[in-house]
Design a protein around this ligand. Structure first.
Ligand SMILES: Nc1ncnc2c1ncn2[C@@H]1O[C@H](COP(=O)(O)OP(=O)(O)OP(=O)(O)O)[C@@H](O)[C@H]1O
Length: 893
């Protein structure tokens, strides 16, 4: 074995001259000014002024190629133990060379040797695609390579070295933070393609989903597309999705991905502060794909693994074919439909957006051939042309526009309400009249307050889905329209748990904004804004910022004014309700002080206090439902965070098993365990809070409670009814199944009988034939011998009348015999004919019975499937009913 080649590969001088012999697979050395370096320079340019008509109007179209990056992983301990040598190495930043055949070299946009961090790979291969997606250009980053070459390590990463997906999520939120002039709405979906079946990883019930096509390309029908509000929220969704991904061991990877996964971030954005007037709305999708690894024939696989391996290989083969055809100008047909993977990637591969391919490879000599195949695939991809274009969408396609319009309408309603009140309060002309009207006036104002609280609740719920930079709020522009109050913002604390390039700068920015915001705006209850916020920040940092996203930031003056306006315009009634409201908050704050895991003030609480302020039982009931929703959402996020940490813990414990001496891993595991138990405490506290909310509403107003109870009871009754129907259906299906089974048994018996009859008929037929032959033969012999005897007798006395008579008699006898024989033969032929007909009929009958039997078997298996589906449904319903019963019992208590 030659001297430490692993070192050689990593330390090889980038300036080593590139030999490019005629036989080299590439004759186009890629330099730093290659398409990869220049391809996305336009991305940060401002959006094109072209107006949109319909979806996907194209602003800029630049021809370029797929960016191809190669990432080496180090030799694994297994490969080292097996005595593997270095077969491929990075020769500088752009070239890969084969150790044994130096003429074999390939050039790419970038080649990273084993020591490179994922952060560097991200900066080179993904960052431009992510920022492109944020400016409205579709983007796809995917990892390709043989099994165990490091795809999942690159795309997902580990606790200490986050992969492309977490880094991209993080970057997306950082870009929002640094783009105060726009507001964003983000949605995520996460799917896997397992054995050619698409499963929704965010919704375990979403199995075997179908691919559809519309004017914008292919999409997955019925996939869950969840709005995300913070990096933690998005990552917790990925973590919970990962729990459902198919993973298994093969002989080279203990945790081998058995499916391709596609994480999609849908990004909508529009200019910030333009309400619904702005036309510049963009919608783009960022796909981050972790392909399953191709498996060589050397992989020892059996049963399920073999099936998975073959469907992985088949889809990767189709991907290769599609890529080849795309680079072949003569190819007339591109077989996108040959696999789910290529069908889903159809618009990506056909060139609508930026595409970055990261090929992961191992330098090991034992997989040299597979690595060579990966490099050939990468080389082909390099020639696929793409056109980056910015999407613009019509209003009706945009969710962000829909929300903005709705918020704007609600705002208008709110303003009108306020206007109505101020008109009535400013009308001082006829004091006597006002005194006369004072009672109705009070009632009217109370009603208006209630309506306002309801409107504000709805506005809050919608606005929390739209993300804006905290930087926009620190500017505190008076010109900002009132519909931009209470936008959901997130800050440094929510990005804190990921290693970050720019965190330091952002921390400075945020610290500045924090000081300016809170020195300007004291919090409710008169506490010093600065002190409290500083405490808040510290607390959030120790929490890892996970719950920060639900924290309400009254970050600009307008928001404060609106809230205060509402209270100032209130009458005594609402004044007392605001004190009630303040009381509620202080009670909660005390509780928060004893339980440090809570954010001090949440949207849920604000919503609740606003409704309590109104004093309307029905409004309180509705608001309780809203508050419950939000608390439920908080709980869901915490559960996701627990899942995220649990999966990190799982990975760490695997690492710890491999490196028992590594105390750093143990420390991290301990830290994670502590965090998990803290999160679980938070979840318990939230559940307690939910129960208390009901309790509080009960003491506040039994009507509200009874409404909630009756709603639950109705739900329960509906579920019970549904359950009964399903049970009945199930019973009917079971009966049908039984009937079908017995019918099938009867049919089989009949078939047996018929078969027997057929056999016996066939036997009879052959006996008849034999008998007939025998009869024919003997009849012939007898006739001839007797005729001969009689004739010799007759001819011996020939010429006598007796002889003539005898002769005549003999002829007559023979004639009669012939006639008899003929009749017998005729009747036998007839019988044979009949038997043949009978045989035909029986065969036809048998065929029909066979068909009927098949049909019945099919029906039986369908009925079985239905029955088992109904059983699953029943079980779900039973669980739902039990849950509702428990909930009801709890509520009744
Ligand atoms: N760049 C790297 N640096 C250090 N270790 C790596 C690197 N890439 C991969 N590994 C390690 O190699 C092993 C296999 O990696 P990984 O599971 O990411 O492979 P994969 O290509 O996703 O495999 P499969 O296709 O079977 O899912 C893991 O233990 C991982 O930690």
């Amino acid at each position: 074995m030659s001297a430490p080649r692993s070192q050689r590969s990593s330390t090889i001088s980038p300036s080593r001259p590139l030999r490019s012999p005629a036989s080299a697979p590439t004759k186009r050395p890629v330099t730093p000014s290659s398409p990869a370096a220049s391809s996305t320079s336009h991305l940060r340019s401002s959006p094109s002024p072209s107006t949109s008509s319909g979806t996907a109007a194209v602003a800029t179209k630049l021809k370029e190629n797929i960016t191809v990056t190669i990432r080496f992983r180090p030799l694994s301990p297994r490969e080292v133990n097996n005595g593997d040598e270095i077969a491929w190495y990075a020769d500088g930043d752009y070239t890969i060379r084969n150790e044994y055949n130096p003429d074999l070299c390939y050039a790419f946009d970038r080649v990273f040797g084993p020591p490179t961090t994922t952060r560097r790979v991200y900066d080179t291969a993904a960052q431009q695609v992510v920022s492109g997606a944020m400016s409205g250009i579709n983007g796809t980053v995917f990892a390709y390579g043989v099994t165990s070459s490091g795809k999942t390590h690159t795309m997902h990463g580990e606790q200490r070295s986050p992969g492309i997906i977490p880094l991209a999520v993080k970057d997306v939120f950082s870009i929002i933070q640094e783009t105060p002039e726009r507001e964003f709405l983000l949605r995520v979906s996460y799917l896997e393609i397992y054995n050619e079946v698409i499963n929704d990883l965010l919704d375990p019930t979403g199995q075997n989903l179908r691919i559809r096509e519309d004017s914008q390309g292919t999409y997955v029908e019925g996939i869950k597309d969840e709005v995300v509000l913070s990096p933690a929220h998005a990552l917790s969704l990925i973590a919970s999705g990962e729990e459902h991904r198919h993973v298994g061991s093969n002989n080279v990877n203990l945790f081998s991905s058995r499916s391709h996964t596609m994480f999609t971030l849908t990004i909508e954005s529009s200019p910030h502060g333009k309400g619904d007037d702005g036309e510049d709305v963009t919608l783009s999708q960022l796909h981050l794909i972790d392909l399953a690894g191709s498996e060589s024939s050397k992989s020892e696989m059996t049963g399920q693994r073999r099936k998975e391996g073959s469907s992985i290989n088949k889809s990767l083969l189709t991907l290769g074919t599609v890529i080849s055809k795309l680079t072949d100008s003569k190819a007339a047909h591109i077989p996108y439909r040959d696999s789910k993977l290529t069908r889903l990637l159809q618009s990506t591969l056909s060139g609508h957006g930026l595409v970055s391919l990261i090929c992961t490879i191992t330098p090991a000599s034992s997989t040299s051939e597979e690595t060579h195949n990966t490099l050939k695939f990468a080389q082909r991809c390099k020639h696929v042309e793409i056109k980056a274009s910015r999407n613009k969408i019509m209003d009706e396609k945009s969710l962000i526009k829909k929300y903005q319009k709705e918020i704007s309408c609600l705002q208008e309603e709110l303003t009108q309400l306020k206007h109505g009140v101020s008109m009535s309060t400013s009308n001082q002309e006829d004091l006597a009249d006002r005194k006369l009207q004072v009672k109705p006036q009070l009632r009217l104002e109370e009603e208006e307050d209630e309506a306002k609280a309801a409107l504000m609740g709805r506005i809050q719920r919608l606005t929390k889905l739209i993300l804006v930079s905290t930087k926009s709020s620190q500017q505190g522009k008076a010109s900002v329209k009132p519909d931009h109050i209470w936008r959901h913002t997130f800050g440094e604390e929510e990005l804190a748990y990921l290693p970050d390039r720019r965190r330091e700068n952002m921390a400075d920015d945020n610290a500045r904004s924090t000081v300016s915001e809170h020195s300007r705006e004291p919090r409710d209850g008169g506490t010093s804004g600065l002190d409290e916020m500083t405490k808040d920040r510290k607390k959030n940092k120790t929490r890892g910022g996970m719950l920060g996203w639900l924290k309400l930031k009254k970050s600009d003056g307008v928001a404060g004014t609106l809230l205060t306006d509402g209270n100032q315009n209130s009458t005594n009634g609402s004044a007392s309700s605001s004190s009630k409201c303040a009381q509620t908050k202080s009670t909660r704050r005390d509780k928060a002080a004893t339980n440090k895991s809570f954010p001090e003030r949440t949207v849920a609480e604000d919503l609740f206090s606003a409704a309590v302020g109104s004093g309307d039982p029905s409004l309180i009931a509705t608001t309780i439902a809203d508050q419950m929703d939000l608390l439920h959402e908080q709980t869901k996020i915490l559960v996701g965070e627990v899942a995220l940490r649990t999966s990190s813990l799982k990975r760490l414990s695997e690492q710890a098993a491999r490196n028992p001496e590594d105390f750093h891993i143990r420390d991290q595991m301990q830290k994670l365990e502590d965090e998990i138990s803290e999160k679980k405490n938070q979840i318990r506290a939230l559940e307690q809070q939910m129960i208390e909310s009901f309790g509080m509403s009960h003491t506040t107003d039994s009507l509200g409670m009874s409404q909630v109870l009756s709603k639950l009871t109705t739900q329960l009754n509906e579920k019970i009814f549904e359950h009964e129907i399903k049970s009945a259906d199930n019973r009917i299906l079971q009966e049908q199944l039984e009937i079908t089974k017995s019918e099938k048994a009867e049919m089989q018996e009949t078939i047996m009988l018929l078969r027997q009859q057929l056999d016996s008929l066939a036997e009879r037929q052959s006996t008849y034939t034999q008998q007939q032959n025998a009869a024919d033969e003997s009849a012939g012999r007898n006739t001839h011998s007797r005729n001969g005897d009689e004739l010799s007798e007759i001819y011996s006395g020939a010429g006598t009348p007796t002889s003539v008579m005898s002769l005549n008699r003999v002829f007559a006898q023979e004639e009669t015999k012939d006639i008899k024989n003929g009749t017998t033969l005729n009747s036998q032929a007839l019988e044979i004919e009949n038997l043949k007909k009978e045989n035909m009929r029986l065969i036809e009958e048998k065929d029909e019975l066979g068909k009927l039997n098949n049909k019945l078997t099919e029906e039986a298996s369908y009925a079985k499937e239905l029955a088992s589906a109904a059983a699953v449904e029943l079980q779900n319903l039973a669980e739902e009913v039990t849950r509702l019963c428990n909930e009801n019992a709890k509520l009744s208590k």
